[in-house]
Design a protein around this ligand. Structure first.
Ligand code: ME8
Length: 529
């Protein structure tokens, strides 16, 4: 039987600067979801890439004195390297300068012009190059006036400067599709997640009336030219949104991947680009007569003390430095655990160090160390056969907590509640640690009469750790393997098929000397670093 398919995407990032942990956050979340879905039997296609056209990129390259193509080639290589370091399991990396993408965009735009969804007009309004976004005067957060009161400039809601643009442009008839879009939202309550973002779209953008979208520019060249009128390049956002289908071969000679994976199951984005993905993107798909993605999830931001972490602000923290000093698992765990998906989260070094020390080094690391040490000490390093042991009065409760954790975890992961899913796993970590204190193995070891209970405790601890390792696999790419190794388990069994209580193989030998998988950090020294 063929596996069910699952298509997940990240935004394609502007290569206008080095990517920071805010960008890595989306990609890691998508990777966690992709890994989880693969483990649970899905045929996953996971897409990420780079958004390489537009004035912002052209200006960056100019400032460096190189061609835009040379600039994006260098940046795309760097970004691919970053995802490799973060062990991102994307199936494809699309670049909007890929010739297949460019050809497909051209074909699509010509079709839209031909079918009357796009018409030629004249655009006058405000443009933020940093945001690559158009604004009407009333949408600006701040305006500058000359002495006669005439508006001569201003700031976009993001805080970036806007410039007056006056040029011929092709327009997309957005308003034609407003009713259909509202009806779609109504009939598909899960389309925009979290739900609060939908209300914001309706009240702030759709109800006031959708303006037709200026979707070409003539004042610079770095973009996809419209074949029938090549002084126009396609607006970078239209070019970019189309990546989600061109990456699957839509508009090319081979549409097999598109037929197999479209519509996307989940498109992950940051909350600042929800408007593009839940208004413009669905309308483009309506015009192309294509089904809409099943879910657009607009997650929150990583915020620093001086606001949103961003490429242009100079307040960013880079993944390379964190991985080098603390390891990849620490970064992936922190990002998925500390910030409930959908909300903003403040990144502070103190919080990061605390998470590593408390959750990873103390709770999980110690549970593993103590268990391995005790199995060596009391059972000659051999995993007991749980069917030959005698239960203690604490066993049933531990088993129940494990079963609850597994049951909750699946639902939470399916709903992208990564933090709560990890929390469910950590309930089992905490319960297992408490179980050691309750059962007092050191006392059970004092007399042969309680040897079978002692074996039960060792078996329960090892089985709990086996399950914890399976639960954290999509998030942490190293610790589960290390846990399996230390417990003497075959990494080949680390499949979700055995994600239920009672699959601990008896007779395996744990390592003689466990090593801490998460060394404890000195908080003061690290914060200073
Ligand atoms: O917007 N916290 O690209 P971009 C969390 N090219 N996530 C963050 C973040 C932060 N502080 N900063 C950035 C673009 N992100 C367009 C997308 S898609 C067709 C085109 C993440 O390089 C978040 O996912 O500015 C956000 O949406 C994305 O990076 C923006 O990346």
């Amino acid at each position: 039987m063929s596996k069910p398919t699952f298509y997940v995407t990240t935004p394609i990032y502007y290569p206008s600067g080095k990517l920071h942990i805010g960008n890595a956050y989306t990609t890691i979340a998508a990777d966690v979801l992709a890994r989880y879905k693969r483990l649970t039997g899905y045929d996953v296609f996971f897409l990420t890439g780079t958004d390489e056209h537009g004035l912002k990129i052209e200006q960056k390259a100019d400032a460096l004195g190189i061609t835009p193509q040379a600039y994006v080639d260098g940046m795309a290589a760097q970004i691919k390297q970053l995802w490799k370091m973060l062990e991102i399991t994307n199936d494809k990396f699309i670049r909007t300068t890929d010739k297949e993408h460019v050809a497909a965009v051209q074909k699509i735009v010509e079709r839209l012009i031909k079918q009357g969804d796009v018409y030629l007009g004249e655009y006058t309004g405000w443009y933020s190059v940093e945001d690559e976004e158009y604004f009407t005067e009333s949408q600006l957060a701040e305006v500058y006036r000359d002495k006669d009161g005439k508006v001569i400039g201003g700031k976009a809601p993001s805080g970036h400067e806007v410039k007056l643009v006056h040029e011929p442009s092709y327009f997309f008839k957005m308003s034609k599709y407003t009713d259909r879009l509202l009806k779609y939202y109504d009939e598909h309550p899960d389309f925009i997640q979290p739900a609060s973002r939908k209300t914001e779209m309706i009240n702030n953008f759709i109800k006031p009336g959708l303006e037709d979208l200026a979707m070409s520019r003539t004042s610079f060249n770095w973009g996809v030219p419209i074949p029938s009128d090549p002084k126009h390049v396609v607006y970078v956002w239209v070019d970019a949104l189309l990546n989600y289908i061109t990456a699957l071969g839509y508009g090319s000679a081979n549409q097999d991947l598109f037929d197999k994976y479209w519509p996307a199951d989940v498109q992950l984005i940051g909350k600042e680009i929800v408007r593009f993905h839940t208004i413009y993107w669905p309308i483009i798909l309506f015009a192309l007569d294509l089904p809409l993605p099943k879910k657009i999830y607009g997650h929150g931001w990583l915020v620093m003390k001086d606001g949103k972490m961003s490429k242009s602000k100079g307040n960013a923290i880079y993944p390379e430095m964190i991985v080098k000093r603390y390891g990849l698992d620490a970064l992936r765990y922190y990002l998925m655990r500390a910030i409930p998906f959908g909300n903003d989260g403040i990144f502070t070094p103190e919080d990061f160090i605390d998470r590593i020390n408390f959750d990873l080094a103390n709770d999980l690391g110690n549970l593993l160390n103590r268990t391995v040490a005790m199995i060596n000490k009391y059972d000659g390093g051999v995993l007991p056969d749980l069917s030959q042991t005698e239960p203690t009065k604490f066993d049933a409760d531990l088993e129940q907590v494990a079963k609850d954790a597994i049951a909750k975890y699946g639902d939470l992961m399916d709903n992208l509640q990564f933090s709560d899913a990890l929390d469910a796993a950590w309930k089992l970590v905490a319960r297992a640690n408490k179980y050691i204190d309750e059962t007092e193995p050191w006392n059970l070891a004092k007399t042969p009469a309680t040897k079978k209970q002692l074996d039960s405790v060792m078996g329960h601890l090892a089985e709990s750790l086996r399950l914890i390792a399976l639960l954290i696999q999509p998030v942490m790419t190293h610790a589960p393997k290390q846990m399996f190794e230390q417990l003497g388990l075959d990494p080949a069994i680390d499949e979700q098929e055995t994600l239920e209580w009672g699959h601990l193989p008896a007779g395996n030998k744990v390592v003689e000397q466990g090593t801490p998988i998460f060394p404890r950090l000195d908080a003061e020294e690290e914060v200073a670093y």
